[in-house]
Design a protein around this ligand. Structure first.
Ligand code: NDP
Length: 312
């Protein structure tokens, strides 16, 4: 089958991908967007989004993504679904193959494949997803005003989420598997200084309980040792902050990644180490990871691609 050629191939369909598509279409690049296995990205699994500018009363995650998608289509972006299984970025013309065998060639590529929040792997996390379990305090913290919540993790994200939640909730447990926090000193100090946060060191989560929504967590301290101790805490919300996994497996060896697996870009631009290949959104941003910052980066990537094509 002859590959389909485009000036601009956008891989991924979260806020970064669709925003890149809106800008690239309006720049007459006739972009093709490859929607992955979860069109719309992480926001598809979110309920209400209250911090995306422009939606005064908030918006449901899937509705926001439908709107972005429709806006990209309105300007002529072509949207195809499929899973990218192979890429070859070595030449001027980039080659991308999907798992169904479809092949694309492109003069420029924008990678927007996002990242996935890490979970502990407990069956209860799935059972209570959206019913007290969340991996985004900024997105869902507001629903726990005056309540008791737990955050799992000992890094900067966990501390940041705990501090954010402490502004809203009555009490925040920080569940840390080691006897110390991995977070930066300043974050550790802020957590220690906050009277609403109780850090539970050497502690792992065994499970969650609750009639319909999360009502508590089963914990174990010094798990696997002779000092092992099991107890329960009453909580209304359970937040995971144990890191994100960027979706970059298929790009290994094709573009430069950092030690966390995120695509390296030449900030403030979005160029990767491969001319003609750009990256935007959570896949290239280990720090902010917000829908609006991803959308902004998608805009920059499309402008960067346009400039690259013009200069060629
Ligand atoms: P990190 O990888 O730094 O930390 C992950 C934390 O989760 C660690 O404490 C780790 O424990 C814990 N963890 C991992 N797996 C499990 C598990 N299965 N059970 C229990 N705990 C687990 O990720 P972050 O998301 O915190 O940070 C990512 C990067 O982003 C870092 O470089 C960070 O500095 C940066 N960042 C910077 C911010 C800022 O500057 N404002 C804000 C947020 C992030 P353990 O320590 O035992 O391995």
């Amino acid at each position: 089958m002859t590959p389909i050629h485009t000036k601009c191939l956008i891989i991924g369909s979260g806020p970064a991908g669709y925003t890149a598509a809106i800008y690239a279409s309006r720049a007459m690049l006739s972009p093709v967007v490859i929607e992955g296995p979860q069109p719309g990205g992480q926001l598809i699994t979110t309920t209400e989004v209250e911090n995306f500018p422009g939606y005064i009363d908030g918006v449901q995650g899937p509705k926001l993504m439908d709107d972005l998608r429709a806006q990209a289509l309105r300007f002529g972006a072509e949207i195809r679904s499929g899973l990218v299984s192979k890429v070859d970025f070595t030449g001027d013309v980039k080659h991308v193959t999907l798992s169904n065998g479809d092949e694309y060639t492109a003069d420029s590529v924008i990678i927007c494949t996002g990242a996935a929040a890490r979970y502990l792997g407990l069956p209860d996390e799935r059972k209570y997803q959206g019913l007290g379990v969340s991996a985004c305090a900024t997105c869902d913290g507001f629903f726990y005003r005056g309540r008791t919540v737990a955050v799992v993790g000992g890094g900067d994200t966990a501390c940041e989420e705990a501090l954010y939640l402490a502004n809203l909730a009555a009490k925040v447990y920080l569940i840390v598997r080691k006897p110390y926090l991995r977070a930066s000193k300043v974050m550790q100090q802020r957590v220690a200084d906050n009277p609403k946060i109780e850090v539970l060191f050497n502690t792992v989560t065994m499970g969650l309980f609750g009639e319909e929504v999360v009502e508590g967590a089963h914990l174990a301290t010094h798990s696997g040792t002779e000092n092992e101790n099991f107890y329960d805490i009453a909580i209304d919300g359970f937040f995971l902050a144990i890191g994100h996994q960027p979706n970059t497996e298929v790009f290994l060896g094709a573009v430069e990644l950092d030690e966390g697996g995120y695509i390296k870009v030449k900030a403030p631009g979005t160029a990767t180490n491969v001319p003609g290949v750009f990256a935007a959104g959570d896949v290239a941003d280990p720090v902010y990871q917000q829908a609006i910052s991803a959308a902004g980066m998608g805009c920059r990537a499309a402008l960067d691609a346009e400039r690259y094509l013009m200069e060629r």
